[in-house]
Design a protein around this ligand. Sequence first.
Ligand SMILES: Nc1ncnc2c1ncn2[C@@H]1O[C@H](COP(=O)(O)OP(=O)(O)OP(=O)(O)O)[C@@H](O)[C@H]1O
Ligand SMILES: [Mg+2]
Length: 298
Amino acid sequence: MIPLHVQAVSKTFHPPKRPKVEALKNVSLKLEAGKIHGLLGPNGAGKSTLIGMISGTLIPDVGSIEIFGVDILKQVRNAKMLMGVVPQEITVEMAFTVREVLYYFSGMYGVPVKERNPRIDAVLAELDLTDKAEERARNLSGGMKRRLMIAKAILHKPKFLILDEPTAGVDVALRQRIWQLVRRLNAEGTTILFTTHYLEEAEQLCDSITLINHGKVIREGNLKELQKEFAQNTIHFELFDTSVEHLPKVKAVGVEFEYPLVDLEADMHAITSHYNGNLKSIKSGAASLETIFLELTK
Ligand SMILES: Nc1ncnc2c1ncn2[C@@H]1O[C@H](COP(=O)(O)OP(=O)(O)OP(=O)(O)O)[C@@H](O)[C@H]1O
Ligand SMILES: [Mg+2]
């Protein structure tokens, strides 16, 4: 069964007294079961709009979306039971305790009464929220609220999990924990769709990616193949002093710099003689996803 099949979906917003926004234009997407899939694109590309439609909170103008063969528009409740969704915006039931929130959602998603508390305890432990179980949701920190949202989404053990920027603004330890969780759920057969702006995260986690920009799919496929296509065409180097005048074609990528490789010997020579003693390290290799991304979205 295909976890997600999006066919030719478009969505235009008509905000009052402002110009319309064509958020998605004829987007199609098909996910392979059991894989981790990254939905990537710049701010405003349309990722959350697409996720809103997949999860049944937004209605497409045209097109269809099926979750394991169930049409989200025609059978919204059935389709929703098959997936877990962690939206980008933090939304928790402020007035209730963590356990009350989770108990309510486990009921809504059909977890049998006897299993609810043991399952809630397991999820709380995995997300390091055990000692916050009786705390009101409004008193949680931002990162804890994010964890509560993840807990809500996985209680009913969905076979398809969607996470919209799950690691935005979370600390390093929590990010690692979320990665672990994503890997464990995936190893147990859950198909994952997630968005992130941390490209190294996508590199580490994703089997395949879809790149969207201005509401359109501009590239999709296997991440390794995409990297292979852009592979061996880049020289990476680091500098001690980064505030120097650069060679043309040099691009800053995180703490590194990248230079497009044409002729290894000549290019290496150009870089070493220009930066000289300022050069901390230099190597040739595959382009980072960040570079591929910038290439494809420019
Ligand atoms: N309810 C709405 N009314 C009007 N415009 C909207 C609405 N929701 C989204 N948009 C617009 O649709 C476009 C796509 O937004 P969307 O939230 O899907 O982007 P995104 O890819 O998730 O970006 P980000 O990485 O910043 O989360 C943006 O131009 C946004 O302003
Ligand atoms: Mg978004």
